[in-house]
Design a binder for this molecule. Structure first.
Ligand SMILES: Cc1ncc(COP(=O)(O)O)c(C=O)c1O
Length: 408
């Protein structure tokens, strides 16, 4: 991959015609290091957030070996790139073929479910396998999430105890999981979810081997600064100690956004300036879905290949390249008043659910990728001294089967 010090250097050198993902693999490595050092359990990268090879490689090189996968394609991708990786098939609804291939062809043993029908499907598609790790996904509040994803998956408070009992009959290891919603702005959401999980486990009176607190760990967007990530870990650790699970139960998390968000900015060319709007060559159907959909204050700056911008800044609306009116980033986006055709905008903090969401609608969506060396707009992670040698993965707790239950 081409490397430039900054996106502006690329603009000056090449006047790129296509949108460009300006990526900072060192920021992904830093985030992966942080999670492995601070999370007291297993860290699974949620591949959906950004499945680019450079991001996966940075995560793997940082020592992370567990991946949360949601589809056959994600399984194939991880298996081919990292044959020794552990994959957890965490989509609560899977096709029989996907389960069968995951189990028999790719050695996947960890499956999520949120209802009896999915449990039956997993048991049948694996020929009644005896070595399954079954993770029951619970429905929890998403009220603290910048991007709630509730209402689609998760066993309800009423149904979950019976489902846990059913799953226990088929599980070599049994876990509970939940998702507090993406960009969770308060650690209290994890506390509430873990307390709910505890009361469900007590009702079910089953032995639980794994607690998976899911994703939802936030990134720092301008004007949307979450508490320090350490607070989230402290709350999770404290609540985990109180849960009615095996004394030596494992704790997992599945961060997506928090590992990759700050790594990438998207450089898009201005094709036309008209009536207070800029028509750019990337948009909602391309790498800017999250920026459109979430309406968060994604940071932006303007770049001009030759000469400087002059005068005041003013508010613009951005239009993406496709013919659909949805392809609009309302903003308002504050940019130099004289920005015009042939200039560029760089939208930052879009490493999660950016490139990963791009379509080819209308023939657009082709994106180049370069590595840049400048700092991201903001960061959840303090710079840490990296050792010269390979990073040694965080030592995992070894769980001994048949341990004592606690908190009963
Ligand atoms: C099961 C599961 N785990 C983890 C994640 C990652 O979430 P986030 O990017 O908010 O950390 C998602 C995202 O939708 C998910 O569905």
């Amino acid at each position: 991959m081409l490397t430039y010090q900054t996106p502006l250097d690329l603009v000056r050198d090449r006047l790129p015609e296509k949108p460009v993902a300006c990526v900072r693999p060192d920021r992904v490595a830093l985030a992966a290091d942080w999670f492995q050092e601070n999370f007291p359990g297993e860290v699974l990268y949620a591949v959906k957030a950004n499945a680019s090879n450079w991001a996966l490689d940075a995560i793997h090189a940082a020592g992370l070996r567990w991946f949360d996968v949601a589809s056959e394609n994600e399984i194939e991708l991880i298996a081919s790139r990292f044959p020794a990786a552990t994959m957890a098939f965490m989509h609560p609804v899977k096709s029989r073929r996907a389960i069968e291939r995951a189990y028999f062809q790719y050695g996947v043993r960890i499956f999520a479910l949120d209802c009896e029908a999915e449990l039956a499907k997993i048991v049948a598609a694996t020929n009644g396998a005896k070595d399954l790790t079954l993770i029951v996904r619970l429905a929890v509040s998403n009220s603290e999430a910048g991007l709630p994803i509730a209402g689609k998956f998760g066993a309800t408070r009423d149904d979950a105890p019976a489902l846990l009992q059913s799953a226990r009959r088929y599980a070599d290891e049994l876990g509970v999981s939940f998702h507090v919603g993406s960009q969770c702005m308060s650690p209290s959401a994890f506390r509430d979810a873990m307390n709910l999980a505890s009361s469900i486990i007590l009702d079910a009176a089953v032995t639980v081997d794994i607690v998976d607190v899911g994703g939802g760990f936030p990134s720092a967007y301008p004007g949307m600064t979450p508490p320090d990530l350490k607070h989230y870990i402290d709350v999770i650790e404290e609540c985990f100690e109180e849960m009615p699970v095996l004394e030596n139960a494992d704790l997992w998390c599945e961060p997506g956004r928090a590992l990759v968000a700050e790594s990438t900015s998207i450089l898009a060319k201005v094709e036309l300036a008209k009536d207070g709007a800029l028509y750019i060559n990337d948009g909602s159907y391309g790498n800017l879905f999250d920026a459109t959909h979430c309406k968060w204050p994604f940071p932006i700056k303007a770049h001009r290949a030759a000469g400087a911008f002059e005068g005041e800044e003013k508010e613009f609306k951005l239009f993406g390249p496709t013919c659909d009116a949805i392809d609009t980033l309302e903003g308002p986006w504050l940019l130099p008043a004289d920005i015009n055709e042939g200039d560029y905008v760089e939208i930052g903090m879009i490493g999660a659910y950016g490139v990963a969401m791009a379509t080819r609608f209308n023939g657009f969506g082709e994106t180049d990728t370069i590595v840049v060396k400048d700092a991201p707009w903001s960061s959840m992670y303090a710079e840490v001294e990296k050792p010269e040698t390979n990073v040694v993965p965080f030592p995992k707790k070894r769980r001994i089967r048949g341990g004592q239950r606690r908190g009963w």
